[in-house]
Ligand binder design. Structure first.
Ligand code: GDP
Ligand code: MG
Length: 163
């Protein structure tokens, strides 16, 4: 049996970069439906011998700060409810922001099955951000570099039991 993974987190942390890396060109066709559905991208992911569905929460990039919270919350809750497990991504270079804490709160309230990933973790500039991520109380963060393809072995280790 296969599983589904939703990538959630605030804009610009690298969600789509990871989505694209996992999916390559195997992008599923998603109906252009009204509401939040069009802001969830679904693809057939491959990571070593694992095959699963991955969901990218897109569509948050173009909203203003004022409308971000409500839209973000709805979209994230929807992704959490759709997926077997969530990959909650933070940017280890910038460190935690108040918006990250809002996401952490959503995931805790939904009792989501969470994999925590500190992205942009290539190089030592990310060390402080990775340590900060521990303080979210969502488990040990994976050190990930979606852009450079680093840390995917640790992601594999966490996903393997779900396959
Ligand atoms: P999203 O808004 O969360 O989907 O983020 P994107 O995937 O669009 O990435 C936002 C920016 O972060 C882009 O400029 C990416 O090239 C960059 N980025 C993504 N992953 C990494 C990474 O592992 N390291 C670094 N340094 N930059 C990254
Ligand atoms: Mg994106």
């Amino acid at each position: 049996m296969s599983f589904s993974l939703a990538i959630v987190g605030r804009p610009n942390v690298g969600k789509s970069t990871l989505f694209n890396r996992l999916v390559g060109k195997r992008l599923a066709l998603v109906d252009d439906q009204p509401g939040v559905t069009r802001d969830l991208r679904e693809g057939a992911a491959r990571l070593a011998d694992l095959r699963f569905t991955v969901i990218d929460t897109a569509g948050l990039e173009d909203v203003t700060d004022d409308s971000l919270q409500g839209r973000m919350r709805r979209l994230t809750e929807r992704a959490v409810d759709m997926a077997d497990v969530c990959l909650f991504m933070i940017d280890a270079r910038t460190g935690l922001t108040p918006t990250d804490l809002v996401f952490a709160d959503i995931l805790r309230k939904r009792s989501a099955n969470v994999i925590l990933a500190a992205n942009k973790a290539e190089g030592s500039a990310a060390d402080a951000g990775v340590i900060e991520a521990y303080n979210l109380g969502l488990g040990e963060p994976i050190r990930l570099s979606a852009e450079h393809g680093e840390g995917l072995n640790d992601l594999y280790t966490q996903l393997m039991p779900l396959a």
